[in-house]
Design a protein around this ligand. Structure first.
Ligand code: ADP
Ligand code: MG
Length: 369
């Protein structure tokens, strides 16, 4: 079992800089958990405390059934892959893969079998006799992955492993890593993954669940779909999704959302989902959930970005910026107009309390449950 539990985990650097503020999190055996958040939010610090590379100031890290706070990294059954994959430059790929096993005192035949297995899985057989400097970025990263894999750890820890690769390679490595995870799981191997990234696309495409962090605190832990459809607060709403969710400030008044001189009738679909009705509120709607409709909110079109099968419309609504993603054909029917109508799809409206940023609109499926 390689469940990972964080209990009131805290980190204070240098006696005064509080980096992690008492985090609680359960990561299931075999789960692919992503830590995502802006630079400096303490993703690496948290991961390094799990790995044993950083002292724990307070709280506990439990791997399997064991409290590991006082265990050295080598005794935690973890393997870590970093952004700068740090292969030993003077050793061939084969030597890099063998290194950890040699230290662990494995026999030569055992090591050779393990290398052959890992090389096959990662398709690096032709590279075994090359030096790191003879590898491309993607190849080197696969070797780094192999070096982690060969240890057969219970938990894989990744810290921004793809950040040094170009966009195309990043996209293919993303798929490779999730496939590898699925495959290990399929073979009955325990393969819990904790994957740190600042890139919300990586988080959304790779994670079974995502832990969104800000300034050393957890803002929400949920599946990608849940985060996308129902962000718990304004921070998550703004962080997850591309282009970003529109967050329009206004007031809730008698079943309407009032923005400047315009009123949007919310209707039962939305009103029935509200747990409270704060006066100062923020209406969250994704650009994909706005339709061109003359009866919608009036906005002044400022720019249109042609993306192929869709167009990103940038507009201004009562002094606030708004983005809509519409089909190219729809856009072309607009003609030369400056004022457009934008209608939010009711079921996709999220309402936030402006005072504390919390989402006060419940999910429909939650209501049904
Ligand atoms: P992330 O990985 O999310 O970018 P980090 O975990 O690296 O964030 O850093 C979290 C916070 O802790 C930041 O404010 C950073 O400046 C601080 N920090 C990180 N490492 C140290 C250190 N060795 N000494 C002091 N402060 C640190
Ligand atoms: Mg980091």
């Amino acid at each position: 079992m390689a469940r990972v539990q964080l209990r009131n985990l805290e980190k204070v650097y240098g006696g005064s800089v509080k980096a992690v503020h008492g985090i609680n999190l359960d990561i299931e055996d075999g789960e692919f958990m992503v830590f995502v958040g802006p630079s400096g939010c303490a993703k690496s610090t948290t991961l390094r405390m799990i790995a044993g590379l950083e002292d724990i100031t307070g709280g506990e890290v439990i791997i399997g059934d064991q409290r590991v706070n006082d265990l050295p990294p080598g005794k935690r059954s973890i393997a870590m892959v970093f952004q700068n994959y740090a292969l030993y430059p003077h050793m061939k790929v084969r030597g890099n893969l063998a290194f950890g096993l040699k230290i662990a005192g494995k026999s030569k035949p055992e090591i050779e079998t393990a290398i052959a297995d890992v090389a096959r899985i990662l398709e690096i057989e032709p590279l075994l006799d090359r030096l790191p400097k003879q590898l491309s970025g993607g190849q080197a990263q696969r070797v780094a992955l192999g070096r982690a894999l060969i240890k057969k750890p219970s938990v894989f820890l990744f810290d921004e492993p793809l950040s040094n690769l170009d966009a195309k390679l990043r996209a293919s490595m993303r798929v490779r890593i999730t496939e590898l995870h699925r495959r290990l799981k399929g073979e009955g191997l325990s393969s819990t993954v904790i994957y740190v990234t600042h890139d919300q696309t990586e988080a959304m495409t790779m994670g079974d669940r995502i832990c969104v962090m800000q300034a050393g605190r957890i803002m929400q832990v949920a599946t990608p779909k849940e985060l996308y459809n129902h962000p718990a607060n304004l921070f998550v709403a703004g962080f997850i999704g591309s282009p970003e969710m529109n967050l329009l400030e206004g007031n809730l008044q008698g079943g309407h959302f009032v923005i400047g001189s315009q009123r949007l009738t919310l209707g039962d679909e939305v009103l029935s989902r509200l747990s409270t009705q704060p006066r100062d509120a923020v209406l969250g709607i994704r650009p994909q959930h706005l339709a061109l409709d003359p009866s919608g909110l009036k906005a002044r079109l400022t720019n249109a970005e042609f993306m192929g099968h869709e167009v990103y419309l940038h507009a201004e609504l009562e002094g606030q910026k708004i983005i809509a993603v519409v089909g190219t054909a729809e856009f072309e029917q607009l003609g030369r107009t400056e004022t457009i109508g934008l209608k939010p799809s009711a079921e996709h409206i999220n309402i936030f309390d402006k005072a504390d940023g919390s989402n006060v609109s419940l999910h429909r499926h939650r209501l049904a449950a």
